[in-house]
Design a binder for this molecule. Structure first.
Ligand SMILES: Nc1nc2c(ncn2[C@@H]2O[C@H](COP(=O)(O)OP(=O)(O)OP(=O)(O)O)[C@@H](O)[C@H]2O)c(=O)[nH]1
Ligand SMILES: [Mg+2]
Length: 459
C-alpha cells in the first residue's frame, strides 16, 4: 500500500488571469497553524480554536502589512478533499494578490504542491481510489455534458465498484483453489468444481464486456477527429458550416476556395469531435493551393473518420475516382456525403460509392439530411454501441491494458482448468494483481507519479 507524506503543501488552485476571487489552497497537518500565523481575523477570532469554518480578515506579510483581504475556509481532517487539514484562502483573483499570499504561505514552512498532489493525497489517504482520482481530472477537462456525466459517474465509483466486484470473486476463487492445494488429501468436498468454473467464466465475460467499453470511454474523454475531404467545389466548406451551425468557412462557387485547414469542435451524440475542413484535392500549379493540399493530406492522415464529399449534381470526375480509390485503400473509415441533392430529383449513387462505411444523400445548402449524416457519423464512432454516460466505462489506456492482462490470465486459467490447482493459482494471482493496478492498490509508484503529474497545479 502507498503512504501519504507528512509535510504541508500549498498551491494556487484557481487558473491564472484576473477573476473575482482566487484561491490558495493548503493541505497537511500544519495547514491551520501556518495560516493562523499570517492571518488577522476582523473579529479577533482564532482560526485554530474557533469551531467556525469561514473567517473574514487579512493576510499579513512579514512586516505586519496587510497583503490582501481574504476569506479563510477551514476544512478539518478527515472531512476534506485530501482527508488532511485543508485551508483555502480566498483572496482577490489576480496574479499580484495570489502570488503574494502564496509567498507568505511558503515562507511559513509549506512546500509548493506538485501538479495533482492534492488529489494524490486524497488517493494515498484512501479517500478515493485511482479510478476516482483520474475521474477528477476528467471532470475538469470534460468538453461535453455527456463527457462530464461519464466522469462524474466514474468519480462516484461506478467503475471502481465493477472492478472490486470482479476482484472479490477472484479472491474467493483463489481461496478455494489454495485450500485444494493445501489439503489435497483431506476429505473436503471437491473445491475446484463446475460451480467455480462457471463463476470464473462469468468473470471472464464481464471483463470482456468492460473491455468493449474502452473505445467509448476514450471517445468521451479524448474525442475524435473527423476530416472533410473531396475535390474542389463539391461543398465541403458548406457542409462544414452546416455541421457547425455557423458560417465559419468561406463558401464560393470558385473551385480552390479553401486553402488553410480550418478546425472547430462539434458534439456528436455527446462525443467531442474536432471537425476539419480542408482544401479541395486536385492537381494544381498554384503554389498556395498546393500548400493547402499538402496540409489537407496531413489532416487526412490524422483523422478517425473521413467525410468524403461528392457532388450529386454532376457525374463523378477523374479526381473523384482517384481520391475514392486512394481512400478505399487506407485504414481510416470513410463516410460519403452525397451532396447537392437539392439540385437532382433523386439519389442515383454511383457504383464506386459502394464499399465505404456509409453514404448519406444530403444538401449542405438546405441542410436536408444533416441529422442523418450526424447520426451516421456518431454510429460509426461508437461502433454500433448505444452507451449511456452513466454506465461503467474504461477511459484510459492503462486501465484497458491491465484489464486485458487480467482477462488473458483468466482465459489461460480456464483453458487449463483441469490441470493441477497450483497452476490455477498462479493465473489467478496475475489476474487479481492486474485488477489492483486499475484501482491503484498494486500500481507501481512510477506509474502513479506519471498519472498524477499530468494533473493541473492546485488540484
Ligand atoms: N445547390 C447546392 N449548392 C451547394 C451545396 N453545397 C455547396 N454548394 C455550392 O457549391 C459551391 C462550392 O461550395 P464550397 O463549400 O465552397 O465547396 P468546397 O468543396 O469547400 O470547395 P473548395 O474549398 O474550393 O475545395 C458554392 O457555390 C456553394 O454554394 C448544396 O448542397 N446545394
Ligand atoms: Mg472549401
Amino acid at each position: 500500500m502507498h503512504k501519504a507524506p507528512e509535510d504541508t503543501i500549498a498551491a494556487i488552485s484557481t487558473p491564472p488571469g484576473e477573476g473575482g476571487i482566487g484561491i490558495v489552497r493548503l493541505s497537511g497537518s500544519q495547514a491551520i497553524p501556518l495560516v493562523r500565523a499570517i492571518f488577522v481575523s476582523s473579529t479577533q477570532r482564532d482560526i485554530a480554536q474557533d469551531p467556525g469554518r469561514v473567517f473574514h480578515g487579512h493576510i499579513m506579510d512579514a512586516h505586519g502589512h496587510a497583503i490582501d483581504e481574504a476569506l479563510v475556509h477551514i476544512m478539518r481532517a478527515p472531512h476534506s478533499y485530501t482527508r488532511e487539514d485543508v485551508v483555502e484562502i480566498n483572496c482577490h483573483g489576480g496574479a499580484g494578490p495570489l502570488n503574494a499570499v502564496l509567498e507568505a504561505v511558503l515562507a511559513q514552512d509549506a512546500r509548493l504542491a506538485r501538479p495533482g498532489e492534492f488529489t494524490q493525497r486524497a488517493f494515498l489517504n484512501g479517500r478515493i481510489d485511482l479510478v476516482q482520482a483520474e475521474a477528477v481530472i476528467d471532470r475538469i477537462r470534460a468538453r461535453t455534458r455527456d463527457g462530464l456525466r461519464a466522469a462524474a459517474s466514474a468519480a462516484a465509483g461506478a467503475l471502481s465498484q465493477a472492478i472490486n466486484e470482479l476482484k472479490g470473486g477472484l479472491v474467493e476463487a483463489l481461496a478455494r483453489i489454495e485450500a485444494a492445494v493445501d489439503f489435497p488429501d483431506e476429505d473436503l468436498p471437491d473445491l475446484v468444481d463446475d460451480v467455480l468454473r462457471a463463476n470464473l467464466e462469468a468473470a471472464r465475460e464481464r471483463m470482456h464486456a468492460l473491455l468493449d467499453t474502452a473505445r467509448t470511454g476514450r471517445l468521451y474523454r479524448e474525442g475524435a477527429a473527423v476530416t472533410i475531404v473531396g475535390r474542389p467545389n463539391v461543398g465541403k466548406s458548406c457542409l462544414f458550416n452546416a455541421l457547425l451551425r455557423d458560417a465559419r468557412a468561406i463558401v464560393s462557387a470558385l473551385p480552390g476556395t479553401t486553402r488553410d485547414r480550418i478546425e472547430e469542435m462539434i458534439t456528436l451524440s455527446g462525443i467531442p469531435v474536432r471537425l476539419t475542413d480542408t482544401a479541395g484535392l486536385r492537381t494544381t500549379h498554384d503554389e498556395i493551393e498546393q500548400i493547402g493540399i499538402d496540409i489537407a493530406r496531413d489532416a487526412l492522415r490524422a483523422a478517425d473518420i473521413l467525410l468524403l464529399v461528392l457532388d450529386a449534381s454532376e457525374p463523378l470526375t477523374a479526381e473523384d475516382r482517384v481520391l475514392m480509390h486512394e481512400l478505399r485503400e487506407g485504414d481510416t473509415p470513410v463516410w460519403i456525403a452525397f451532396n447537392k441533392m437539392d439540385l437532382v430529383p433523386e439519389a442515383t449513387l454511383p457504383r464506386e460509392a459502394q464499399g465505404f462505411a456509409g453514404v448519406t444523400p444530403l444538401s449542405a445548402q438546405t441542410t436536408d439530411g444533416l441529422h442523418r449524416i450526424e447520426d451516421g457519423l456518431a454510429g460509426l464512432l461508437l461502433g454500433g454501441a448505444t452507451p449511456s454516460p452513466e454506465q461503467q466505462m474504461l477511459t484510459r489506456a492503462h486501465q484497458r491494458d491491465s484489464l486485458r492482462r487480467a482477462a488473458e490470465a483468466l482465459v489461460r486459467l480456464l483453458a487449463n482448468f483441469d490441470a493441477s490447482p497450483e497452476f490455477l493459482s498462479i493465473d489467478l494471482h496475475d489476474a487479481i494483481g492486474a485488477l489492483g493496478e486499475i484501482t491503484g492498490e498494486t500500481t507501481p509508484d512510477d506509474v502513479l507519479e506519471r498519472i498524477f503529474s499530468s494533473f493541473c497545479i492546485g488540484k
